[in-house]
Unconditional design. Structure first.
Length: 88
């Protein structure tokens, strides 16, 4: 998503083998979900701003970068289990 401002409300980027992210060179805020391999939400960041860094989330194995407001819109909370549909 770096140098891109075209993320749509129905889109997300899944990063595998990831426990922390940065938003350097990004042009928009994003919602960030840190997930285990089983899809359990272990940490959330709403409206992460450009040029910021997340904390290291030891339990996470995946990070889902979403359109800002996604966490609130769907009421996502830590402890929930999500099923990520790749390429849908």
């Amino acid at each position: 998503l770096m140098l891109d401002n075209s993320l749509q409300p129905h889109e997300a980027l899944l990063l595998d083998d990831c426990q922390a992210i940065h938003c350097c060179f990004m042009r928009l805020k994003i919602d960030v979900l840190f997930l285990t391999a089983q899809g359990e939400v272990v940490h959330l960041v709403e409206n992460m701003a450009p040029w910021t860094f997340s904390k290291f989330v030891r339990k996470a194995t995946q990070v889902l970068e979403c359109y800002p407001g996604t966490i609130a819109k769907y009421g996502i909370t830590v402890g929930e289990t999500l099923r990520v549909l790749k390429g849908a």
